[in-house]
Design a protein around this ligand. Structure first.
Ligand code: XMP
Length: 519
């Protein structure tokens, strides 16, 4: 059992109609300290009642309600007495089911619009009369039944928000969950606290306590193994388990020779000195590098690394007696995207590397204590559990490690060049106070040599690309506009201090069409 199944806690459900923002809605609700889960759009009223929610939020979605096959909810959910907030498509659906008319509108609205409140209501209490909202729609509600009161409008959308006269149903055409709608969090707060009657009692500390208690109960006297990667998710998983079962936890760090500079030492220091766990370090570098010899094709690199990782992990796990459970740092977005949540949305199925990352043939039962949490919540929890800031705020690092940043053949010598350049880049970004403001920064060793001049001599050496991005979800990303002086310092230091590099470039491509990693 996780905290999410504790029946007494205030919770809100997001019915997902295929919105790209469903997770963002859930995060915004949780920011109000109300527990929130994303569920399928077609749950029956009985299934919804079983969750005992204080409110329902109908998400947006790409479909048109009047099209055949458009996703619908059970109309009976509007009569459960549970407050409903319909957003965009959710608004269209609620208004149509309850007697209104939705049409495609020639003036499609994407982006910012000025919204004006036309009728005071609980939903807009404390909000200025006019404000900017973020719109993204081709359809809109053209007419509502007499049961609804229009609350707001924009220049092109005469019914931008409504309230039902007798049922606790509110709808907005715009997206309150995105930051471009500045009053969005105020509006969601009004819905949660005033309309749904929540008090905002969900706390990460309680979550930790409840999860630790539940894990203790489930694990009993058995042993658990947990793979450490140097990243925050596996570290927080291990830290939670350590509090729950102490010496029954064994951690395995597979050093594949593709880690960042000093990463192995940092993990060992943390998990032997601070947490005093039974830590097994597999010195896998020779094996991984042998498997990668002569390989330049990115997918083949990944395949070989994945395979070697499973073999190393399996061999080490066999040495540990009495293991029944395998702990993994699966997060809520992974669960949702893989379609693995119990009542989760079925539409957005995407297999994620973290869900079931190690094969079932290992024969262990899975423990996934973070599967109800978002990344920022995991970071907060890590701090509460006493993990160092440095580890908690570390940028994400891909499973195949530096191999996908060492373009061309992966050799120890090339990896060492990359490690040094990467360490300098991170050091300078931290020194400039920009590490927490950027989402991911790293160096890439290119498979090209170019001509340079050092002193009086001609050089013919490696080129390094710097990559630094800002993103909320890593699905899309902008390149970070790092100050020129920071870029200049990084470049000068790399060329002066890293033997074998005579040229540094900055990657200014966004995702899409580029990806964050180069391979
Ligand atoms: P891309 O390059 O696809 O990366 O834009 C998006 C995010 O995912 C990380 N990434 C991975 N993480 N195993 C991982 O655990 C992988 O194989 C992998 N490939 C990419 C990447 O670092 C970025 O944060």
């Amino acid at each position: 059992m996780t905290a999410s199944t504790a029946a007494s806690q205030e919770r809100v459900l997001v019915l997902d109609f295929g919105s790209q923002f469903a997770q963002l809605i859930a995060r915004r609700v949780r920011e109000n300290r109300v527990y929130c889960e994303i569920v399928r759009h077609d749950l029956s009223p009985e299934q919804i009642r079983r969750h005992n929610p204080r409110g329902l939020i109908l998400s947006g979605g790409p479909a048109s309600v009047y099209e055949a096959g458009a996703p619908k909810c059970d109309p009976a959910i509007f009569r459960l007495g549970i407050p409903v907030l319909g957003i965009c498509y959710g608004m269209h659906l609620a208004c149509e089911v309850l007697g209104g008319k939705v049409e495609s509108f020639p003036a499609r609205e994407f982006g910012r619009a000025r919204c004006r409140v036309t009728q005071p209501s609980d939903l807009f209490a404390g909000v200025p009369e006019q404000f900017d909202v973020w719109m993204s729609h081709g359809d809109q509600v053209m007419r509502v039944s007499d049961d609804f009161t229009p609350l707001a409008k924009t220049g092109t959308c005469p019914i931008a928000a409504v309230k039902h006269k007798s049922l606790p149903i509110y709808c907005v055409q715009f997206h309150p969950e995105v930051t471009h709608t500045a009053i969005g969090s105020h509006l969601l707060h009004n819905f949660l606290m005033t309309v749904c009657g929540c008090t905002g009692t969900w706390k990460l500390g309680d979550f930790a306590k409840e999860t630790i208690r539940a894990m203790r109960e489930r694990i009993g006297q058995h042993r658990v193994i947990c793979g450490l990667s140097g990243g925050v998710d596996s570290a927080v998983t291990a830290a939670l388990l350590y509090q729950a079962i102490g010496s029954q936890l064994s951690c395995i760090l597979v050093d594949n020779g593709l880690l960042r500079k000093d990463e192995q030492a940092a993990v060992i220091a943390e998990f032997t000195r601070h947490f005093k766990t039974d830590l097994h370090v597999v010195q896998g570098e020779p094996r991984f590098l042998a498997d990668l010899k002569g390989i330049t094709e990115p997918q083949e690199k990944r395949r070989r690394i994945g395979h070697a990782f499973i073999e190393c992990f399996k061999e080490e796990a066999k040495q540990i007696q009495g293991v029944k459970f395998l702990a993994q740092g699966t997060l809520y977005p992974d669960v949702i995207e893989s379609g693995a949540a119990a009542d989760g949305p079925a539409a957005t199925i995407k297999l994620h590397h973290n869900v079931g990352g190690l094969p079932a043939e290992l024969g262990f039962e899975l423990v996934e204590p973070l599967r109800d949490l978002f990344k920022d919540e995991v970071r907060r929890l890590g701090l509460e559990l006493g993990l160092p800031e440095d580890l908690v705020w570390r940028h994400p690092f891909p499973g195949p490690g530096l191999a996908v940043r060492c373009l061309g053949e992966v050799t120890k010598q090339r990896l060492d060049v990359l490690r040094e350049a990467d360490a300098i880049m991170i050091e300078e970004i931290k020194a400039a106070g920009l590490y927490r403001q950027t989402s991911q920064a790293f160096a890439v060793l290119l498979p090209v040599q170019s001509v340079g001049v050092m002193g009086d001599a001609r050089t013919y050496e490696n080129a390094v690309a710097l990559r630094c991005v800002n993103t909320d979800d890593f699905m899309t990303a902008d390149w970070s506009h790092l100050p020129y002086d920071v870029l200049a310092r990084i470049s000068t230091r790399i060329i002066n201090e890293v033997k074998g590099v005579n040229r540094v470039c900055y990657d200014i491509s966004s995702k899409p069409p580029a990806t964050i990693e180069w391979e």
